[in-house]
Design a protein around this ligand. Structure first.
Ligand SMILES: Cc1ncc(COP(=O)(O)O)c(C=O)c1O
Length: 373
């Protein structure tokens, strides 16, 4: 009789989908995890041209085209002054595949992976799929991850810890001091720091720093993607960068599980990375304006809400029954517990929605909050 693997039996389908399915078609959706902006025209055009010229028909090299990996390496030099060898990059099917490769290549059955709770849903699931044991840790009151909490959670069984800044679902941005600490912890304890930087360009105050800048070993693996920065979630194009030996192990998983990232998407990503960056700046400005409106609206409704400094999420503390009351009034939000047990008592709101809809949703939220108080 066919049975299923224990690893996969432990994983369930994300709770976020269930919320969407419960909502009516007319509801205002603040549950969405992708920018509501078009992919930059020059990126789309690059893919169209490559397709029409017949350049995107075949497999690329397993790691991705040389030109794309050079564009990614140039980006690290431009943004962080980091020297990345294009040979130490694998283009992946979104940041999701990159996270999967990193965990598959570094986690043995029974080993622990520490990650933020509330945190992005994939860390728990991909740890289990890799045969590892999830070790969620709580956040500070401002919803950032305290390096001291990570350090205390490390045991002899720890394979890796995940840092995600700017973060989903909180919008929190880790300080440079924290990033230096994460690098030190990875170096001193000889554990992997998996840095999920898919929101790296969507920062409103200060700037994003990567633990890779500060590590003196090769214990930091960085994952990023075009998905959020260039509003390219549907293209499925991300990457992972790490030392040669780590890339070589991840390539073994990628080669057999994926062969290469989609060729048309690779052409679009190369153009997105090397072309004009104004669309990114305009999008980030729009997100910042919306964030301010949403923060004001939530505070006016009497909710306590840490100020998110990046991504396009906000995570207020909410009274019991609040998510249902908001959903009944046709606004979709995601209950915090979808992101881990410490998310209970919070909700995630995405402001990747037009300003008019956001304002309408805030009125509904005001009404719902009064009703459950
Ligand atoms: C924190 C975080 N990491 C990774 C991903 C995966 O992104 P991609 O669409 O590139 O697979 C997401 C997507 O929502 C995310 O929020």
């Amino acid at each position: 009789m066919t049975t299923f693997s224990d690893r996969v039996e432990q994983v369930s389908i994300s709770g976020i989908r269930e919320v969407f399915e419960a909502a009516s078609e007319d509801a205002i959706n603040l549950g969405i995890g992708q920018p509501d902006f078009p992919t930059p025209e020059h990126a789309r055009q690059a893919a169209v041209e490559a397709i029409e010229a017949g350049e995107a028909d075949a497999y690329t090299s397993n790691k991705g085209t040389r030109e794309l990996r050079e564009a990614i390496a140039t980006k690290y030099d431009r943004d962080y002054g980091l020297e990345v060898d294009p040979g130490h990059v694998i283009a992946t099917s979104g940041g999701s595949e990159a996270l999967h490769l990193a965990l598959e290549a570094h986690v043995d059955p029974g080993e622990e992976v520490i990650f933020p709770d509330p945190g992005f849903v994939s860390y728990d699931a991909l740890t289990k799929i890799a045969g590892g044991t999830p070790k969620p840790v709580p956040l500070r009151d401002d919803l950032t991850l305290d390096p001291a909490t990570v350090e205390e959670a490390i045991t002899d069984e720890t394979a890796a810890f995940v840092v995600n800044s700017p973060a989903n679902p909180t919008g929190a941005v880790q300080s440079e001091t924290d990033m230096r600490e994460f690098a030190r912890i990875a170096d001193e304890h000889d554990v992997l720091c998996l840095s999920d930087e898919v929101y790296e360009r969507i920062v409103f105050e200060g700037e994003h720093r990567s633990p890779m800048e500060f590590s003196e070993t090769d214990n930091v693996v960085v994952v990023s993607a075009c998905s959020k920065t260039y509003s390219m979630t549907g293209w499925r194009l991300g990457w992972v960068t790490a030392s040669n030996r780590r890339i070589e192990r991840m390539l073994r998983v990628h080669q057999y599980g994926q062969a290469c990232a989609s060729a048309p998407a690779q052409f679009a990503a190369e153009a997105a990375l090397t072309g004009p960056q104004e669309p990114v700046e305009e999008m980030v400005d729009a997100f910042e304006e919306r964030r301010d409106v949403v923060l004001d609206g939530l505070e006016d409704a009497g909710l306590e809400v840490p100020t998110p400094e990046g991504a396009f999420y906000v995570m207020p503390k909410v009274p019991e029954g609040w998510c249902d009351a908001v959903l009944e009034r046709e606004v979709v939000v995601v209950p915090g517990e979808a992101f881990g047990s410490n998310g209970e008592g919070y909700a995630r709101l995405s402001y990747a929605t037009g300003m008019e809809e956001l304002k309408e949703a805030l009125e509904v939220i005001d009404d719902a909050t009064r009703a459950v108080r």
